[in-house]
Design a protein around this ligand. Structure first.
Ligand code: 2HA
Ligand code: ZN
Length: 273
């Protein structure tokens, strides 16, 4: 047995590798964190090392005190998740005040650091856990289609939500609240973390203009599937524009309302009309 035989490790690495295969993680682009279940921590605990030193988070995430997170490493490449996972990812424990972390497994025996977006991830985990404790995954990547759209569509939640909903019919079912769009901000800091988490109480998807997507979900498959769906819709939208042909028909509000009724979902009505 090794830590790589645990279901949680297999699921995390598989998801990260799927993102790599999609082309969403050039060089060290993107990051993935997962708030572990107590049973998953116990599965991995036999492989933990003597704890590293506590490192201040520069903020307090009270409701994450005592939690364990799997995280990609700063400067690490998603393509190496399957090649050298003990270098590319780690497990971090949050202290009992929720203001510091220490590495307990991986990331080069604790010599390396969690993702540069760790503050963003933790603030968003905090908001999501408060709203719904089933949320465990925060995923950030750099997909071509959505990034391209942030150059040609107004950076407006309604415009982006409608563009994505009305391009592929299952989109409103998969992200009924729509998406939030955040103008260009400096990556890796507390400012982008705060703005993004401000939206995350309402949305599962935040688009960072000229940078990528940040999304939240309950498990690896659902979160990956959400990212995949948003990006696929963006790709179709761009293909329509590339064709240069006039749009003759689309998914209307009438259709959106019919989907809402049939699939028993609650659409964000601010984005209708
Ligand atoms: O390089 O994607 O946003 C990691 C990132 C930072
Ligand atoms: Zn990024």
């Amino acid at each position: 047995m090794s830590i790589f035989d645990t279901e949680v490790m297999k699921g995390y690495i598989r998801m990260g590798n799927e993102g790599w295969k999609q082309g969403w993680h050039e060089r060290n682009g993107g990051n993935l964190t997962y708030r572990m279940k107590a049973s998953e921590v116990e599965d991995c605990r036999p492989y933990f090392y003597d704890h590293g030193a506590w490192v201040s988070l520069g903020m307090t995430v009270e409701n994450l005190a005592g939690e364990y997170f799997m995280t990609t490493g700063t400067g690490k490449f998603f393509q190496n998740l399957v090649v050298s996972p003990e270098l590319a990812l780690g497990i971090a424990e949050i202290n009992d005040k929720g203001d510091a972390y220490r590495l307990v497994w991986g990331l080069n025996d604790g010599k390396d650091r969690p993702t540069s977006e760790f503050p963003s991830h933790l603030l968003n985990h905090s908001v999501k856990k408060a709203a719904n404790p089933d949320y465990r995954v925060i995923y950030h990547c750099h997909p071509v289609g959505v990034i391209a759209l942030t150059f040609i569509l107004p950076l407006d939640n309604k415009v982006f939500s409608r563009a994505l909903w009305c391009t592929m019919t299952e989109c409103p079912i998969i992200f009924p609240h729509g998406v939030a769009v955040i103008p260009w901000m400096m990556p890796g800091g507390l400012d982008i973390a705060k703005v993004t988490s401000g939206y995350m109480s309402e949305f599962d998807v935040a688009i960072w203009a000229h940078h990528g997507i940040f999304c939240a979900g309950t498990d690896f498959d659902n979160t990956f599937g959400l990212m995949h769906t948003v990006e696929k819709s963006a790709q179709i939208y761009l293909n329509i524009l590339h064709s240069g042909k006039p749009i003759l028909q689309t998914i209307t509000d009438e259709y959106l309302l019919a989907i809402e009724k049939d699939f028993k979902i609650t659409l964000n009505h601010e984005f209708l009309g």
